[in-house]
Design a protein around this ligand. Sequence first.
Ligand SMILES: NC(=O)c1ccc[n+]([C@@H]2O[C@H](COP(=O)([O-])OP(=O)(O)OC[C@H]3O[C@@H](n4cnc5c(N)ncnc54)[C@H](OP(=O)(O)O)[C@@H]3O)[C@@H](O)[C@H]2O)c1
Length: 269
Amino acid sequence: MARRSLAQSRVLITGASSGIGRELALAFARRGARLLLAARRESELNVVADQCRRQSSGAEAILCPGDLTDPGYRHALIRRAAEHWQGLDVLVNNAGVSAHGRFAISDETTLRQVMELNFFAAAELTRLAIPLLKRAGRPAIVNIGSIIGHRGLPLNSEYAASKFALRGWTESLRAELAADGIDVLLVSPGTTETEFFDHLVAKTAELPWGESTAIPAAAVAEQTVRALERSRHEIFPNWRGRALVVANRLFPGLVDRALAKLAAAGDKG
Ligand SMILES: NC(=O)c1ccc[n+]([C@@H]2O[C@H](COP(=O)([O-])OP(=O)(O)OC[C@H]3O[C@@H](n4cnc5c(N)ncnc54)[C@H](OP(=O)(O)O)[C@@H]3O)[C@@H](O)[C@H]2O)c1
């Protein structure tokens, strides 16, 4: 199949105010896409929209600030796309949060907060977007998952649950939407240089593996947009993360033991 052209395509990106979402907006703008940017911080969204317009002169970047866990806001976002563009070509579910700590001393509120944004908001926004996507020429959904959606890590149980849920749902959706010509891409980054770790909904432990192997958010964004152009189904932007997934498939017992040791080290951290 011919490469997907993103010029003039209508793209809705959630979590566009920072990190991977911000870099995705810039990568789409470089290709001449039209952007609808979503997140809570309006001032940050404005900065990103200006950067998109400056980078690609005349690029269209509009904002719709709000909280994705609010069903009313999700409806407003899709209404905005329908009224402004009369359609949608690409939906990027990128907004996400995490929590660090032991499950046993965490609480239900933390689990629900992480699931609410990372899984339910993405799923319900997608449900609303599907009728618009069905009318587009070469539509696609991009879900930003995580390596931790392939292998659970200690002190990250809520996040692992949310990203496993996202991955399973993504696979079901890909099969269901194939007949409608809607591509569904799952992106599973490893540690990435963003504000992510400053915005945890709860923190009762330090992750013992640190952030030393993080890759730039721009690299994740560029690989994501290229994968979309090539209609790929799944990518792992960080080779270390990919190596963990492969090791877990081949030697699950060994990986379990190594992670148990890391969890114990986390207690001392
Ligand atoms: N950084 C990593 O190491 C890493 C690794 C693997 C996967 N990921 C995934 O990558 C995605 C992007 O994260 P990031 O690393 O770029 O972190 P980030 O810079 O903290 O970006 C998170 C984005 O989500 C938005 N957001 C958070 N809560 C929201 C809410 N309730 N409603 C609307 N928007 C909300 C934030 O904007 P506002 O605060 O303005 O609302 C921000 O734009 C996430 O899905 C994350 O799970 C990250």
